[in-house]
Design a protein around this ligand. Sequence first.
Ligand code: ANZ
Ligand code: ZN
Length: 861
Amino acid sequence: EDKYLPDSIESKWQQRWAEDGSFRVVEDPEKEKYYLLEMFPYPSGNIHMGHVRNYTIGDVVARYKKMRGFNVLHPMGWDAFGMPAENAAIDNNTHPAAWTYANIDTMRSQLKRIGLSYDWDREIATCTPEYYRWEQWLFIQMVEKGMAYRKESYVNWCESCHTVLANEQVENDCCWRCGETVQQKKLWQWFFRITDYADDLLVHCDKLGGWPDSVTTMQKNWIGKSVGSEVVFEVDGFDETLSVFTTRPDTLFGATFMCLAPEHPMVAQLSKGTDQEGPVGDFVDRILKQDRSSKAVESYEKEGVFTGAHCINPLTGSKMPIYAANFALMEYGTGAVMSVPAHDQRDFDFARKYGLDVKVVVSPEGETLDGATLTEAYAGTGKMVNSGSFDGMDNVAAKEAITDFLDERGIGKKTISFRLRDWGVSRQRYWGTPIPMIHCDACGAVPVPEEDLPIVLPEDAQLLESGGSPLGTLDYFKKTTCPKCGNTEARRDTDTMDTFVESSWYFARYCCPDYTEGMVDKERVAYWMPVDQYIGGVEHAILHLLYSRYFTRVMRDLDLVDFKEPFTRLLTQGMVTKETLTCPNHKWVFPIDTEKAEDGSVSCKLCGSPVDVGRVIKMSKSKKNVIDPNVLLGRYGADTTRLFCLFAAPPEKDLEWNDESVEGCFKFIGRVWRIISGRLEGFAGVDAYHGPAGELSGKSRELYTKINATIKKVTDDVEGKFHFNTAISAVMELVNSMYAVDADASLRVDVMRRAAETVLLLLNPVAPHFTEELWEKLSDKGLLMEQPWPEYREDALVSDEVLIVVQVNGKLRSKFQVPAGASKDEVQELAMADESVKKFIEGKAIRKVIVVPGKLVNIVV
Ligand code: ANZ
Ligand code: ZN
């Protein structure tokens, strides 16, 4: 027996796996495939506990599926473009590429240190031209098929830094760098027409049976389908009409004014030449400087300005003033709203603020509402009132009736609106995929010819302290010739793509990362895709997952793949959490900068002050409630780290950091190590027992039942459910049973050996290093990870023992187990010989013994 030393064991096996290429996979039509994918990391510099947990969960599934005979694809790569690299480059005076590749090297070796079973031959970094050239190629296909288009749209702009800001760089409407109020600036930008797929993406949400309901619900809400009507209004004194989108056509009789988005093209036209021209212009200028995203708009106080014009209510014929209002979004419906103050709170507030009519048209059962005295809008259902021939009708039925009425007259129809907007992908950043388009005054936007791809991101762009699109400063990059007309004054697009584009198709590229003939090798992708199990953070529930689903549809419609849902099953793992520690002098402090006294009080090592132990929240560097995986790996090794991540909580729940639990996991591995390594000599030359349970008895039979029951329990917990925590508990129990019978002389060595092998097989996916090491000492059957997953025997699942209760003169004196088939005589004999029974019958005349087989012995003295 030797001591458990994780360091040397783990480095030995990691090296062996690397040398043997143990996790390399190729397409094998003979074998059933299993594609397991974890969301790839952004190479920020270091692996954190969230990564460790995510990748450990994935690794266990991958290793388990491999033992179950699947051909498992388990790749890893880097979501390598993005803004942090630019910021770090400015801060540290390096190049984003140098920073990124150095981080990748560090993080790759950290992942290897965890013993993750990746096929490193398939590693992808999205910042390499080999990768992004195909993204550029796809972009061009999309432009040519009308799936991508260019339009003028707003970006956040800081006037003092003279730069475009990403949403993340806007803090409380101000520039993160200089504090200047952020404005909106109109720029020409590229968009992907994801709205073309809105309905299909929505409908298929319900077919994603392997996804958490919470995620599909978030996607549905994000797509946001509303069924309603479009109603046409005539405008007093104008030839043009105005259309609105409404989900409440039943309230049309109560529409008393109209609101237009400040960006609406009719706003300027309506006010032109009226007294309102000046105020409208000022209002629009002011509003358009604000963030116009629907989220921001919701938080603003509602305000507006009269345009000077009126429209005509098509049902009542009355004149409705037209306002420009900050809450009307140009991007939703038609950009115009029919306002019904009696039944919509926002309209109500607006009407009271500007003294506009409030007219009740839906009345709740048994109540009469009066618009003049109403204190809040009534949004409920009821009977139609003040609505001409529709009076008395149920308002829900009136939706249909009024829409039909309008439809017959050609001034309304049923329509559907989606909240989902087209995906704007132009970024005025450096560290991203260059947009492969050329702008020519004569030809417009012209795609880069395919043979000129990739458009490589220049290495020498100056990252300006002020930000902005650095590619625009490089004349040699920017100036080019129009591929269509030869115009030498053409300009390259100097924007780069949103980094979400890279992560929308990387899963397909893993199937064929070396492919040079196209974006994806259709055959190899057909073998591996879709991903059978995807694992990642719930923070990607909407954008990344929706974009990936969208991109897969685009690739299908371009005949690159032949499926449309990329991820069959999705697991969103919980967060890794820990309590926060605060010191009066140092604010947040790291756990390693604190000390715990005997009495449990915590103090700051830096200043000695008492430390306040605060709430348990997600580990984050800023709150310093983090555990560095390197520290954990250094102290306990990878197997303990992995075991802890899986044992402390089921994957979808939050995992709260717990020092004792880590320690407990380490001790458990030590226990397994001791009991198996201590018996190696005894096991030599003995084959593990796999035979019928009936041939065993006593402790051997008991242990055999436990072995088989454990295999069943672990398999049930892991298969489909990923309840690793309860699976591990079951193995712990089996190990306890091994200890309990260890000293028993009657125990059959081949059964004990079977227990040892079973523990190693069941634990191998979780703790692959030490189990492999023990297996090597135990068995000559080759690598443990290449063994098939253990099978259990039905006949060994139930214990064949029954409990016998022994009474003396009707009083309970003892209990014991006997084999189920034991005869009356055998049971009686055992009862009489029982130590605690003997005391009561010794020296007394035995009058009668009653034996109820399988149940009870009653001795009458
Ligand atoms: C009249 C009305 C009466 C409305 C009423 C609601 C309640 P959802 O359900 O989210 O789709 N609307 C339409 N276009 C808009 C725009 N561009 N900007 C801001 N608001 C807009 O919302 C649909 C409702 O939002 C529409 O129905 C419209 O107001 C408003 F008692 O029309 B409603
Ligand atoms: Zn041209």
